[in-house]
Design a protein around this ligand. Structure first.
Ligand code: HEM
Length: 452
């Protein structure tokens, strides 16, 4: 078995200037190889310090034990605020807690059953869209997985498919937004005062305004339908009609628009990346591809029998380990701290890196190998408990984690039942971290009809 692609690391010592240049090109290859075995690394910049923590005990401290003392970094919000406003992804403190109390019930286990039918329909539409591409010629699969994941969000949130005119417009504008501002999440590494504008291009704000106008229209229509008593029973209706159990308030129009924007962004970019990397890993490992295809063929397509897709689930988990869609997350300290015997000042940036944790050489066996079987072994399960967080952890864990696991398995099963995916050896993907872990120039695979 050949090893899945991994970005080259930089030499251990480089000047700050070189580091900045590397960083702007790609955060993954801007890091030295030693970070894969370090428990912690300190970066000093003229304006602040940042600490990448790769030690499970420290990560627990920040995410689970004292999360209120480590709010989301203010440096990260700047680039996203024009689009996301006061969305749950950016807020902190009491506002964030109130928003989660309203949003979380919509994603509880019981509601997943209701989202399943919409996911399945999106999967069928993706299978149909791939049919003309299944001619054995190299195809970039990333736009296809993006399309499928966006379709899932629109169908589950607003009960409309992606070929609805407004949905298509939102999808296109989001693509433009990402192109205008490709590196969003990473300001914590970049030395500069907080007010320094970073990575902003002139059309970013205009695109954000257009997206928000479209989402406002959808949300306003839904408010009207709820008032008239004929709204569909989907995630949007559920969230818009849920009152905060503590204050009795529901979201107003603006706050709901903020939340829809983040569901769309957090929900479709991430799943699209995860699906594309999973297809690549399956193309690299034909044995596992056959196994997933067999499970898919034997599955009756129902919700009740989903547990039969256990190999598919392990493959998807393993893909989220090797290519975690959200490569890094950033918090900041609010009080003096001591991390691994080192004093840490208030206002420091704390970087949590699923990318590095998932390949921590002191924890994982053969960290760079694709081995879905590890999810069923005792050691693999222990390593997972210690060092696996594709959806983050603690109270600020991804609201869509259960949703995304279901979506990944359902869409993969449908795609693998219909098609076979093969590598294009001279066009292997190169992972780069944009908003999510994507490829430098596409995810090229050959798609063929499956005849068995
Ligand atoms: C494979 C797919 C996904 C992955 C890997 C993923 C990963 C993550 C991660 C790591 C975070 C934490 C970010 C941070 O703390 O800085 C997060 C937050 C979030 N995700 Fe996901 N996500 C996925 C899919 C989804 C979906 C489908 C939805 C919604 C439909 C969603 C909604 C959110 C929201 C609202 C937050 C903010 C939560 C908060 O800050 O309280 N995600 N996600």
């Amino acid at each position: 078995m050949s090893q899945p692609v991994k970005p080259a690391s930089r030499p251990d010592k480089v000047s700050l200037w070189r580091y900045m240049r590397l960083f702007r090109a790609d955060i993954l290859s801007a890091q030295p190889a030693k970070l894969y075995r370090a428990w912690m690394a300190e970066f000093r910049t003229p304006f602040f310090r940042s600490y990448m923590i790769n030690d499970p005990a420290l990560i627990d401290l920040v995410l689970k034990e004292r999360p209120d003392d480590f709010p989301k970094s203010e440096r990260i919000g700047a680039g996203l605020r024009p689009l996301l406003g006061n969305s749950v992804f950016l807020t902190n403190g009491e506002t964030w807690k109130r928003q989660r109390r309203i949003i979380d019930p919509a994603f509880e286990g019981g509601r997943l059953r209701e989202s399943f039918a919409a996911m399945h329909a999106a999967g069928q539409a993706a299978v149909a869209r791939l049919a003309p591409l299944a001619d054995g010629q190299p195809q970039d699969i990333e736009p296809e997985t993006s399309h499928a994941a966006a379709d899932v969000i629109f169908r589950t949130l607003f009960s409309i498919p992606i070929n609805d005119q407004v949905a298509t417009e939102v999808f296109d504008e989001f693509r433009r937004y990402q192109r205008s501002q490709p590196i969003l999440n990473l300001a914590a590494f970049v030395p500069g005062p907080r007010w320094m504008p970073r990575f902003f291009k002139s059309d970013t704000r205009r695109t954000a305004q257009r997206i928000r106008a479209l989402i406002t229209g959808l949300t306003q229509d839904r408010l009207t339908a709820i008032a008239a008593g004929h709204a569909p029973d989907d995630l949007a209706t559920k969230i818009m009609t849920t009152a905060d159990p503590e204050t009795g308030e529901t979201f107003d129009l603006d706050e709901m628009v903020d939340q829809v924007a983040i569901f769309f962004l957090a929900g479709h970019e991430t799943s699209a990346a995860a699906l594309a990397w999973t297809l690549y890993l399956l193309a690299l490992n034909p044995d596992w591809q056959d196994r997933v295809a067999t499970e898919a063929r034997d599955w009756d397509g129902g919700f009740a029998t989903l547990s039969s897709l256990h190999g598919t689930r392990d493959v998807f988990r393993e893909a989220l380990r090797l290519y975690p869609p959200v490569p890094m997350m950033v918090r900041q300290t609010t009080t003096p701290e001591v991390f691994r015997d080192r004093p840490v000042r208030p206002g420091s940036q704390v970087v949590l890196s699923p990318w590095h944790l998932h390949r921590q050489t002191r924890i994982w066996d053969r960290p760079d190998d694709f081995d879905p079987a590890r999810w069923q072994t005792k050691d693999g399960k222990a390593q997972q408990r210690l060092a696996y967080m594709p959806f983050s952890a603690g109270p600020r864990v991804c609201t869509g984690a259960g949703f995304a696991m279901l979506e990944g398995v359902v869409i993969l099963a449908q795609l693998l039942r219909a098609y076979q995916f093969e590598l294009v050896p001279d066009r292997l993907p190169v992972p780069v971290a944009h908003l999510t872990v994507r490829t430098r120039s596409g995810m090229w695979l050959r798609i063929k009809q499956r005849n068995d």
